[in-house]
Design a protein around this ligand. Structure first.
Ligand code: NAP
Length: 499
């Protein structure tokens, strides 16, 4: 299916507009008319193009967001009223779920089943959950001396720049946009250059749901060209960034110069610890899911497998037999589990990292090469053993379907190895010993720890990193801290004070 087929399915709404930005409720081309092709990673073929925004377009989007915020058309509605609009957006997403899934699959190279049941489903849940937060934007009254009345309000921050990476475009934009909106902010969203399409569909959906013009704006274009301008813009109050640690640190430093609020959801390199007492069938399923899901382009992937020595050889043997059998290839086939990498660049990065691992002494248990298939950016799921803990494939974020396997002898050693990289986003423990699970989970340097499973995410459960994986939390009621400022109001109850 081409993008045009997917997006002209309904006669009741305008078709997707190639080459257009969404600013102030209007569709318009880049100020210099420039466009950028969007490729299907499964074929390498062009599917459409989008506008390549200029810094002047960023200025226009920020100005539209600022004006809408200051007008109070959205920022001064009650949380309940904003929540109702988000619920409408949620309903529209469900009504257009297949179109969103087809678009995400073609844009990001996602197997269609996962685009449906993970990407669209989870993104819609973000809107539903954020709408419920709109019922609870409560302030509080503080106990103070009898001649004052003090209360605390939680107010929107203003204009939020929401910058997202290529790997889960719809989910990651929704985790920012839905809570930022329910809190009353206006938004300029810059999606990743490689996967910008669902952001534009969401502009249609949010407008139809009733988000006023100017409150949600989308600028597509290169982060290298636009990023610093958007992050440093004096009329942007907050930057909500998800992406690599390198770019996030650069953007955080720039935001720091103007003392903007900044949240950073950055890279990961999670360890998955399998103890010898684990239910092995369940654990192996989890291990494979944790490194092949989304072709390993998954901030919370588990690319570092730590296996207790008594079952180390057994686990390697099972992986050698099982991994090549995971359905791989055509993203339009509902049975496919592993699709291509999202871009030629990403493929080259993964290829280079595995080649370096081989030079550093890795044994290739399975995989270890790219696959020529339909002109797409495919890399075979790969298991590497025999590396030291210092090897680059162990220490660096791979962001591809690559698993390194290391043995450990004691609980202390497992914790030490798990915590030994700069990252701290996710972690996992596979064991049937509940006491051990609690003990180890408490010692892992990570924002989230899954026991006997992987990537068990829910909009109600806070998510975010420590160390080089960033700061701030998304999901859960905690997300509101990222999009609100606290104001204290103290009123004198002294009769003479107001005269
Ligand atoms: P990236 O290269 O850091 O890009 C992220 C976003 O930043 C893109 O929209 C990019 O635009 C933009 N950007 C580039 N330069 C910028 C600048 N100077 N200022 C502001 N923005 C700029 O990351 P990616 O390769 O797309 O995504 C993969 C990374 O994201 C991985 O490290 C992964 O772990 C991380 N990630 C983290 C989470 C989490 O929740 N912690 C979730 C998903 C992904 P362009 O696309 O135009 O370059």
């Amino acid at each position: 299916m081409t993008l045009t087929d997917a997006t002209t399915a309904s006669p009741t709404r305008p078709p997707f507009k190639p080459g257009q930005l969404f600013i102030g409720g209007q569709w318009k081309g880049a100020s210099d008319g420039a466009r950028r092709d969007v490729l299907d990673p499964a074929t390498g073929q062009r599917i459409t193009d989008v506008a390549a925004a200029t810094t002047a377009d960023v200025d226009a989007a920020v100005a539209a967001a600022r004006a809408s915020f200051d007008s109070g058309v959205w920022s001064r509605l009650s949380g309940r009223e904003r929540g109702r609009v988000l619920l409408k957006a949620h309903d529209l997403m469900r009504a257009r779920a297949e179109e969103l899934a087809q678009t995400e699959s073609a844009d990001a190279g996602k197997p269609i089943t996962f685009a449906r049941v993970v990407d669209v489903e989870h993104a819609a849940l973000q809107y539903e959950y954020a709408a419920s937060l709109g019922q609870h934007l409560d302030g509080s009254v503080r106990e103070t001396p009898a001649n004052t009345h003090a209360y605390v309000r939680h107010e929107p921050l203003g204009v939020v720049a929401a910058i997202t990476p290529f790997n889960f475009p719809l989910i990651l934009s929704s985790t920012k946009i839905a809570p930022a909106l329910v809190a009353g902010n206006s938004i300029v969203h810059k999606p990743a250059s490689d996967t910008p399409l669902t952001a534009l569909l969401m502009a249609e959906i949010l407008q139809e749901a009733g988000v006023p013009d100017g409150v949600f704006n989308v600028v597509t274009g290169s982060g290298a060209t636009l990023g610093d301008h958007l992050v440093g813009h004096p009329d942007v109050d907050k930057v909500a960034f998800t992406g690599s640690t390198e770019v996030g640190a650069h953007a955080a430093a720039l935001a720091g110069k103007t003392l903007k609020s900044f949240t950073a959801e950055l890279g990961g390199n999670a360890a998955n610890i399998v103890f010898a007492d684990a239910d092995l069938d369940q654990a192996i399923g989890t291990v494979i899911q944790a490194f092949v899901f989304n072709a390993g382009q998954f901030c919370m992937a588990g690319p570092r497998l730590l296996v207790e020595r008594p079952i180390y050889d057994l686990v390697l043997g099972i992986l050698r037999d099982a991994v090549p059998g995971v359905p791989f290839g055509d993203t339009t086939d509902p049975a496919t589990v592993i699709g291509p990498l999202a871009s030629a660049d990403q493929l080259h990065k993964v290829e280079a990292l595995v080649d370096r691992a081989k030079q550093e002494g890795a044994t290739v248990v399975t995989g270890g090469e790219r696959v020529d298939l339909d002109g797409g950016f495919y890399y075979r799921p790969t298991v590497l053993a025999g590396l030291t803990n210092e090897a680059s494939a162990v220490q660096e974020e791979v962001f591809g379907p690559v698993l390194t396997v290391q043995p450990f002898d004691t609980e202390d050693e497992a914790v030490q190895l798990a915590n030994s990289t700069p990252y701290g986003l996710a972690s996992g423990i596979q064991t049937t010993n509940l006491a051990k699970a609690h003990r180890v989970a408490a010692r892992l340097d990570a924002g989230i720890c899954w026991v006997n499973g992987w990537a068990m995410l829910d909009p109600a459960v806070p998510f975010g990193g420590v160390k080089a994986s960033g700061w701030g939390r998304e999901y859960g009621p905690e997300v509101l801290h990222s999009y609100q400022r606290t104001k204290s109001i103290v009123i004198s109850l002294d009769e003479g004070a107001a005269r």
